[in-house]
Design a protein around this ligand. Structure first.
Ligand SMILES: NC(=O)c1ccc[n+]([C@@H]2O[C@H](COP(=O)([O-])OP(=O)(O)OC[C@H]3O[C@@H](n4cnc5c(N)ncnc54)[C@H](OP(=O)(O)O)[C@@H]3O)[C@@H](O)[C@H]2O)c1
Length: 335
């Protein structure tokens, strides 16, 4: 067994990590931490009663290094990079779920804060297996992708060579409320979101530069990405509707099937997808349609599973020389 740690276990992605790791055949969840610690795991997450129990510690990098080979950081950005710096110096491999190591330094600093760990940022690998599988295998630090970028990039990747970059690409996205983390705000308050739907941060969301940068790195094309997310009254799940103009007419389903023929965690559908069919799983579900040269791409992930925690475990599997699918959830929470 390989000992691993979860730091930030009281959050939504932290809980999903605990759930996946509790049933993982090769990873032993040996260290669990929050900002203060001092309780048992089942006090934090009663759902784990009878399944997995341990002490929850106040997060400490030296204690992680003393017991674990790899740490999952389910922390807010900025907090994460402080821990990464310490853990890397202590020889612990890291999968960071925050945005701190996803972007080039100039992109990060333009949209977040000044970076305090440019040395590790330099060699961090963006953890989208379909894009970077070989680099992930030998990485010591993996930057787990954002939830919207996971669904958006996987939806658009197969089409980048056909899309006319002289025209904008529009991405209309919807997310369940867990995408905002556990802290309640005015917009995530039950009264605000129940039986409601609204856009937030149109053209200003931080996932827009992430989608743009990763598509540019892969395709060499600097697409004009225009991203508008919405909050919907669901606990989990994200749905992407992307629109672009093509240079030529194509059969989009044939393109998708050819591109993802060997990918275990991308499913191609002949009809529009929804957020239920991949809920609780590591699948990204994709459908696409064209009318003349107009392209519509429709993709879906569970934001706290494929959009963060199960993708993080798949990355850790690759980093530790295991099969990518070891312990990865594939049965959806349906109906
Ligand atoms: N939610 C999503 O759908 C999603 C998807 C992809 C990526 N992400 C990213 O993943 C990260 C975690 O997101 P989340 O939604 O799980 O957040 P969350 O629900 O707000 O949880 C954040 C966690 O961080 C812990 N924490 C904060 N400061 C800490 C410190 N100094 N030491 C130790 N623990 C500390 C909190 O512990 P306490 O309870 O003790 O304060 C809490 O467990 C974020 O960077 C987020 O952007 C989230």
């Amino acid at each position: 067994m390989i000992n691993v740690a979860v730091i930030g276990a009281s959050g939504y992605t932290g809980l999903e990590l605990v759930k996946i790791l509790a049933g993982h055949p090769r990873f032993e969840l040996a260290y669990v931490a929050t900002s203060e610690g001092g309780m048992r795991l089942t006090e934090l997450h009663p759902a784990m009663q009878g399944i997995f129990e341990c002490d929850v510690h106040k997060a400490d990098a030296a204690a992680v290094a003393a017991s674990c080979e790899l740490a999952f950081l389910a922390l807010p950005h900025m907090t994460a990079m402080g821990f990464v710096k310490e853990l890397m110096a202590l020889g612990v491999k890291v999968v960071d779920l925050s945005a701190d190591y996803r972007l080039k330094r100039e992109t990060y600093e333009a949209h977040y804060v000044p970076h305090i760990d440019p040395e590790n940022l330099e060699h961090a690998v963006y953890g989208l297996p379909e894009l970077n599988r070989e680099a992930i295998r030998s990485a010591r630090l993996v930057a787990n992708p954002g939830c919207y970028p996971t669904a958006s990039i996987l939806g658009l990747l197969p089409f980048t060579k056909y899309i006319d970059e002289d025209f904008p690409v529009f991405i209309d996205a919807k997310s369940g409320v867990s995408g905002a983390g556990k802290k309640c705000t005015t917009s995530t308050h039950f009264v605000s979101i129940n039986e409601n739907i609204f856009a937030y941060k149109p053209f200003e969301h931080r996932h827009e530069p992430e989608i743009r940068e990763k598509l540019l790195l892969d395709s060499g094309k600097d697409f004009d990405i225009n991203f508008v997310p919405h909050l919907i009254p669901a606990t989990r799940g994200e749905l992407i509707d992307a629109y672009a103009l093509l240079k030529e007419e194509i059969d989009p389903i044939a393109v998708l099937k050819a591109y993802y023929a060997d990918e275990p965690f991308v499913r191609i559908f002949e009809n529009p997808v929804d957020i239920k069919a991949c809920s609780g799983t590591n699948f990204c579900d994709i459908y696409a349609k064209v009318r003349g040269k107009k392209l519509y791409v429709n993709s879906s992930v569970d934001n706290i599973v494929r959009g963060s925690s199960s993708q993080a475990v798949a990355n850790a599997n690759l980093m530790m020389g295991l099969e990518e699918n070891t312990g990865i959830p594939i049965i959806a929470y349906v109906p």
